[in-house]
Ligand binder design. Sequence first.
Ligand SMILES: C[S@@+](CC[C@H](N)C(=O)[O-])C[C@H]1O[C@@H](n2cnc3c(N)ncnc32)[C@H](O)[C@@H]1O
Length: 264
Amino acid sequence: MSRRRRSASSTRWLQRQARDPYVRRARAEGYRARSVYKLEELDRRFRLLRPGARVLDLGAAPGSWSQYAARRGCRVVAVDRLEMAPIEGVVVVRGDIREAATQRAMAAALGGPAEVVLSDLAPDATGDRTTDRLRAEAVAEEILELLARLLRPGGWLVLKLVAGAEAAIRPLAQARFAKVRFVRPRATRAESSELYLVCEAYRPPAELPAEATAGSGPASAEVMAGGGEQPPAVTTPSAPAPSPPAGDEPAPAPGGHGRSRPRS
Ligand SMILES: C[S@@+](CC[C@H](N)C(=O)[O-])C[C@H]1O[C@@H](n2cnc3c(N)ncnc32)[C@H](O)[C@@H]1O
């Protein structure tokens, strides 16, 4: 891509951000991404997040969903393969959720099965619709399998999918949850093909995998407690995030997610 075209697309992006009411609201309310309003809508509709609930946030960076859950008084473990600036009241695990070390780390950080697993995780897009759909399906299947070790019976799952992936994933979700709904929140951009599967009342398989059950054993992935003041820990923080939380976030680190501007 030429420098001229890149700068034209950056200009369009900046103009779109400036016009977007969700971006403006996220900035005013101290959230790191406009996508927080998708979770807010789902939470208001389904009453997902209750004070004290253990919440696992998969694909969490830059962190607006974790910020929201922490402000609701939940005990949050946030997982992403990218660096993520600390959030008060949130334990951050850095790693790829498909790797065993990360799975052990997030199970240990939870300290017990979660009431809610959130996944806004987005595999790298290739631009090829079939490849992107297959990648989304593969990671969604992996998340559904991980639940046996991480989600309590009766718990909730919110799982982002790209359109087309639901045909393969819906029956797998229906086998494990009493109720499965598809939702496209209002804050979803018009051009986006994403949708969310909201799954209620988890029914775990009869036989649980032995390894990496929530609350078990140490882990080798990078784990840090929120707020940057506590030592590395696998226990959930006792205090929820203050409301309102810190507004400005640091400028983005290379390849990281310490963003100062809300994004989608
Ligand atoms: C759309 S962003 C999440 C935004 C977040 N919900 C928020 O509100 O700030 C998707 C994230 O998924 C992460 N991701 C994608 N694949 C992953 C994987 N295999 N393991 C861990 N994180 C992954 C990406 O690094 C990215 O930060």
